[in-house]
Design a protein around this ligand. Structure first.
Ligand code: ADP
Ligand code: MG
Length: 436
C-alpha cells in the first residue's frame, strides 16, 4: 500500500447513486437506486446479482465510462468525472485486435498513456509473464484458446497498474475447468501480493464463485438494482467448496436472495414490470422438467433451492431464472431459499400433454403481459398478423437490444408450446394461423 491512500480512507466511495436509462420519449428506466458502497485497499469485493440487475451499468459508472443520473462517486477522495485512470476493467470476453500479437495487444493500453516504446515493452512483458502467458508473446488471438485470450485481457488490464481492478463476470464465458484454473491463478497472485493493484471489485451471478474469491459480498437486487445485503466471508484461503462452513455461506446467500421481507412488497424477480419485464429464455421442457422433479420424491412438492442446484449441477443464474419463471407463471412460489409448487403446479406435474398445454396457456395469458399483448394485437388486426420488429421496437424503449431479443424469444417459445400464436422465423411475422 503506498502513501497516497491514507489509512482508513476508502479507495472507492459511492454515495446515493441512481441511474436511469432514457430511451425515445418514454420516461426513464430506473436501473440503479440509491447504491452506496465503499471499497477499501486490500479487499476483494463481490457484487452478486441476477442478469439485468444493473451490475454492468454500475461498473461502467465507476470506470467513468457512463455518467450517473445522480449521486457521487469518488476514487481516493477525487470525484470521477470521466474515464478514470486508476481503474481497469476485465470483461466477460475481450475484443482483442486480431491483427495484433499478444504483446501488441497488451501494449496498446500503454500507448494511450503516452509511455515511451521501450518502457511499454518492459511493462507489457512483465504483465504477460505475471498472468502466465510467456511463450505466447508473438501469437495472434486466433491461435489462442478462450482461456488464454481471457488472460490477454487480464494482462491488458493489469499492465496499466490500476489501483482498482473491476471485473465484469470475467470467468463466465469460459468452460468450467478453464474458469477454475484462472480463478486459482488470480487468487494466488493476489494473496502473494504480486498483483499491481490495491483492490478488486468483481461482478458475478455465480454464488459459489463469489464465496470462493471474495472477502465481502454485496447482494444486489433486481428491479431496480440496489444493495440489499452484505455478507462477510471469513473463511481462510484456499477455500474448499465441500467444506460445511463454505456450504453454510452459500446457503445463507441463497436464502437472502430469495427472502421475502414482511411488510415490504416483494421485489419482482425479473427486472421491469408489465411489458417492460425482461424475461429469461427458458424452454418449456426445462420448466416442465423442474416441476416434475419437485413434484416427485424425495421433494413431494417442496425443495431447497441450493440442494436442487447442486443436484442439477446448476449455478444461480441458471436455476434462479427457471424457478422464478415458474413463480411468474404461478406454478411455484419461492421463499427463503425454498421452492414450493402451487396447486396448479402440482396439477401440471401429473397432467397429460393436452391439459398441460391448456394450463400453460391460461397462466401465460394471465401472468405474462407481453404474451397477452401480442395476442391482443393479433386478434384486433383483420389480417391477424404482425411483424416481430414491431414488438422488438416496443421492448427496446425500456430495455437493451439484447434483452429485448431474449425476452421476445422467450415469449415466442412459450406461446408455441401453449399454441397461443405462431411465429414464422423466416419472415419474422407473428400470426394466429395454426402452426403445422
Ligand atoms: P447486468 O449487468 O446486471 O445484467 P445491465 O447493467 O447490463 O445489467 O442492465 C441493467 C438494465 O438496464 C437492464 O434492464 C438493461 O436492459 C438496461 N440497459 C442496459 N443498457 C441499456 C441501454 N444502453 N439502454 C437502455 N437500457 C439499458
Ligand atoms: Mg452485465
Amino acid at each position: 500500500m503506498d502513501a497516497t491512500t491514507k489509512l482508513g480512507q476508502p479507495l472507492v466511495r459511492i454515495e446515493h447513486l441512481r441511474h436511469f436509462y432514457h430511451k425515445g420519449t418514454t420516461s426513464g428506466l430506473l436501473v440503479l437506486d440509491d447504491v452506496n458502497l465503499t471499497l477499501k485497499a486490500g479487499e476483494i469485493v463481490g457484487l452478486l446479482g441476477r442478469s439485468g440487475s444493473g451490475k454492468s451499468t454500475l461498473l461502467r459508472i465507476i470506470a467513468g465510462l457512463l455518467e450517473p443520473s445522480s449521486g457521487t462517486i469518488e476514487i481516493e477522495g477525487q470525484p470521477v468525472t470521466g474515464p478514470a485512470s486508476q481503474v481497469a476493467m476485465v470483461f466477460q470476453s475481450f475484443a482483442l485486435f486480431p491483427w495484433l500479437t499478444v504483446l501488441e495487444n497488451v501494449e496498446i493500453g500503454l500507448e494511450a498513456l503516452g509511455m515511451p516504446p521501450a518502457e511499454r515493452r518492459k511493462h507489457a512483458l512483465a504483465a504477460i509473464d505475471l498472468i502466465g502467458l510467456d511463450g505466447f508473446e508473438s501469437a495472434y488471438p486466433k491461435e489462442l484458446s478462450g482461456g488464454m485470450r481471457q488472460r490477454v485481457g487480464f494482462a491488458r488490464a493489469l499492465v496499466v497498474h490500476p489501483k482498482v481492478l473491476l471485473m465484469d463476470e470475467p470467468f463466465s464465458a469460459l468452460d468450467v475447468l478453464t474458469a477454475e484454473t484462472l480463478r486459482t491463478d488470480l487468487l494466488d497472485l493476489w494473496s502473494e501480493g504480486r498483483m499491481p493493484i490495491k483492490s478488486i471489485l468483481m461482478v458475478t451471478h455465480n454464488i459459489e464463485e463469489a464465496v470462493l474469491l471474495c472477502d465481502r459480498i454485496l447482494v444486489f437486487s433486481s428491479n431496480p438494482g440496489a444493495i440489499v445485503a452484505e455478507v462477510k466471508v471469513e473463511l481462510p484461503q484456499p477455500r474448499d467448496r465441500q467444506d460445511p462452513a463454505f456450504r453454510a455461506v452459500v446457503d445463507d446467500i441463497y436464502a437472502r436472495m430469495t427472502q421475502k421481507v414482511a411488510g415490504v412488497p416483494q421485489r419482482e424477480a425479473f427486472p421491469g414490470t408489465g411489458l417492460a419485464m425482461i424475461l429469461p429464455d427458458i424452454s418449456t421442457n426445462v420448466l416442465a422438467g423442474l416441476i416434475e422433479m419437485i413434484d416427485g420424491p424425495p421433494y413431494d412438492g417442496k425443495a431447497d433451492l441450493p440442494e436442487l442446484a447442486s443436484k442439477l449441477q446448476l449455478e444461480v443464474d441458471d436455476l434462479f431464472p427457471i424457478a422464478e419463471t415458474l413463480q411468474l407463471l404461478r406454478f411455484a412460489e419461492i421463499e427463503e431459499g425454498t421452492i414450493r409448487l402451487t396447486p396448479a403446479g402440482r396439477q401440471f406435474a401429473t397432467a397429460d400433454l393436452d391439459d398441460r398445454k391448456r394450463a400453460f396457456l391460461q397462466h401465460l395469458l394471465a401472468y405474462v403481459p407481453l404474451a397477452a399483448h401480442i395476442r391482443r394485437i393479433l386478434d384486433e388486426r383483420a389480417s391477424h398478423r404482425a411483424p416481430a420488429n414491431r414488438f422488438l421496437a416496443e421492448l427496446e424503449d425500456t430495455m437493451s437490444e439484447d434483452y429485448a431479443e431474449q425476452t421476445l424469444h422467450a415469449v415466442v417459445s412459450w406461446a408455441r408450446y401453449a399454441e397461443l400464436f405462431a411465429y414464422d422465423e423466416a419472415t419474422g411475422v407473428f400470426s394466429l394461423e395454426n402452426p403445422t
